[in-house]
Design a protein around this ligand. Structure first.
Ligand SMILES: NC(=O)c1ccc[n+]([C@@H]2O[C@H](COP(=O)([O-])OP(=O)(O)OC[C@H]3O[C@@H](n4cnc5c(N)ncnc54)[C@H](O)[C@@H]3O)[C@@H](O)[C@H]2O)c1
Length: 312
């Protein structure tokens, strides 16, 4: 257990994340920050009142400022607007960049030693904005997307195979968008290569559904985007860091030549431990997967350049 975990944004993803962090006993204090007066205070109090029932001892505090967050060990950024039907993640670029930049500057001031997990979209670019604003080393700025995309992929595979979700091992790499790269060559069911169990047409349909997994939920909800699975994914990363688990999870990390790519955040297999990013694991890719990863990197560079133009 660490002392303080801060969740910035007390909306759907943020509030669910704070509750999960407390229920998993990851921190003594969970601080939820939002710009809307009353919302983080009300939700935080409501959550704290569930403590005697759920049996956790974390104190959950809601606030509109950063003084209560001082010295946080971990900060999860969920602040920003979410997608509505018909919107792409990149449509959120200008608004969320301004929000994440302001949040990053506050974190730099109040929690200079924190590890940051970014959730706000467009994810890979918001990681870049957070890294620039905090000035933190790459080990301490990570993005959550791959764990969620992989969970969707695993859920759909388990459904098609009628097996436990726990028996599907898989990894989705690349940017958090339509160009994400599910690695079929590394997808196994209790060690059995998935291609021995499902035909190509079924696998193709599952990959397509995974790529559109976020949009499928937005189309149902109409007024917002997914938050139960996204908060689970962010908290799985937090848990790996807090308990120094050395788990290998697909996360957005700043690349410095890994996979032949540099100067961008992209989803790659990361070993997570008490220092944040402990190592990027480079796996062999098939020529097709390599092409797809490069395409995905190009799709992430586009909004990065658009942002540079916007802020020039
Ligand atoms: N990475 C992923 O896989 C993933 C998955 C789901 C959602 N998301 C993204 O997470 C973000 C949040 O989604 P949501 O569903 O919780 O949205 P939401 O609208 O429910 O909540 C966002 C919250 O951020 C707050 N906020 C705005 N500006 C702020 C600031 N400067 N400081 C603090 N708080 C601020 C808002 O008041 C609001 O309460 C969106 O950008 C969404 O696209 C990412």
């Amino acid at each position: 257990m660490v002392n303080t975990i801060t969740v910035v944004g007390a909306g759907n993803v943020g509030a669910t994340t704070a509750q999960r962090v407390a229920e998993k006993r990851l921190a003594r204090r969970v601080v939820m920050v939002d710009v809307v007066p009353g919302i983080p205070q009300g939700k935080g109090l409501d959550q704290y009142e569930s403590a005697p029932i759920e049996g956790f001892d974390s104190r959950i505090v809601g606030t509109n400022g950063y003084e209560e967050t001082e010295g946080s060990d971990l900060v999860i950024i969920t602040a920003g607007i979410a997608r509505k039907p018909g919107m792409s993640r990149d449509d959120l670029l200008a608004t969320n960049a301004g929000i994440v930049r302001a949040v990053g500057e506050q974190i730099r001031r109040t929690s200079p030693e924190a590890i940051v997990i970014v959730v706000s979209n467009p994810l890979d670019v918001m990681c870049y904005v957070a890294r620039e604003a905090t000035g933190f080393p790459r080990a301490r700025v990570l993005g959550m997307a791959g764990v969620l995309d992989t969970a969707r992929y695993r859920a759909f595979l388990a459904e098609a195979l009628d097996v436990s979700v726990l028996d599907i091992q898989a990894m989705v790499l690349g940017g958090h968008g339509d160009t994400m790269v599910p690695l079929l060559s590394y997808t196994t069911v209790s060690g059995i290569p998935v291609r021995q169990l499902l035909d190509q047409a079924t696998l193709d349909a599952i990959v397509t559904r995974t790529r559109g997994g976020g949009a499928e939920i937005v189309a149902h909800l109409k007024t917002g985007s997914a938050y139960y699975a996204p908060s689970s994914a962010a908290v799985q990363m937090a848990e790996a860091i807090v308990f120094d688990q050395r788990r290998i999870l697909p996360c957005a990390a700043w690349l410095e030549g890994e996979y032949g790519l540099r100067d961008l955040f992209l989803g790659v297999p990361c070993k997570l431990g008490r220092h944040g990013l402990e190592q990027i694991i480079e796996v062999e890719l098939t020529p097709a997967e390599r092409v797809e990863l490069e395409k995905s990197a190009a799709a992430v560079r586009e909004p990065m350049q658009a942002l540079a133009t916007l802020t020039r």
